[in-house]
Design a binder for this molecule. Sequence first.
Ligand code: SAM
Length: 294
Amino acid sequence: MNLVPNAQANMASNNQGGVLYVVATPIGNLGDLSERAIQVLHQADIVACEDTRHTHRLLQHLGLRKVTLSVHDHNERDRIEQIAKHLSEGRNIALVSDAGTPLISDPGYPLVNALRAMGHNVVPIPGPSALITALSAAGLPTDRFLFEGFLPHKSSGRRERLEPLINETATLVFYESKHRILDTLQLMVDAFGSEREACVARELTKTFETYYHGTLQSILQQLNVDNDQTKGEFVVMVAGNPNPVTGSSYDTEKLFKLLLVELPPKKAAAVIAELTGENKKELYQKALEMQGKV
Ligand code: SAM
């Protein structure tokens, strides 16, 4: 296989075996496939992909017929040995996911981790990723951001993941599907407050690409008024807390003493969690201890 110059440079440390190329593919617009990605796909001996049918369409677009190997969440660990053997025998493998950069909320982490530990060459072929694409045009601070990926499916799980982020000052980035976008925005209004600045990017690089800007509440309203606005794929970005409250500026014990006179422990813990950003469950435990119930 003829290697592209940068990949050749990377192979210098181990010119015995093949290379696993981690290849980013478009998130909607086929024109975003890079020249290097096309070259690597052309030259790869095997294309390891999340969904073989999906990737065949991309390969067909490039006029390529390739040996493909499925690598998804359910078989990835079993594939490690097989892929390591191919690499040891000098075959080059391109790893792609259905869209964007593999490993970013997509399969590939256990594989890359194991192959690196075995000393195989792993070379990234950079390209589209929804989170970077979304951030680049959102107009929210990008000097520090926290990628939170997908939240759990259940509302209760999502609420639990959002709670510790209330006082985060970096921009928060989430992936979300059409099934949960409204519910998630409502949970974010509840957790971060209706006035927190945010931006939602929908259908990036596709025909109906849309950015919604404003407060969390106003974005929720914009999406709520029209069913079409909740179709497609979403990146939700929330500005960091401009006025973070650290637990240390509050005397939680004193607050409990005052509140427990009027409120049941659960409610008192919820109020203090909202004020201090401290963990609600831990505060509830403390309330019970203070009442001598544990
Ligand atoms: N590996 C991909 C990447 O690098 O962005 C992400 C794959 S993840 C399984 C799919 C999620 O990414 C979608 O549910 C959505 O949240 C986000 N996403 C992917 N493509 C998108 C697009 N064109 N517009 C908006 N969000 C997108």
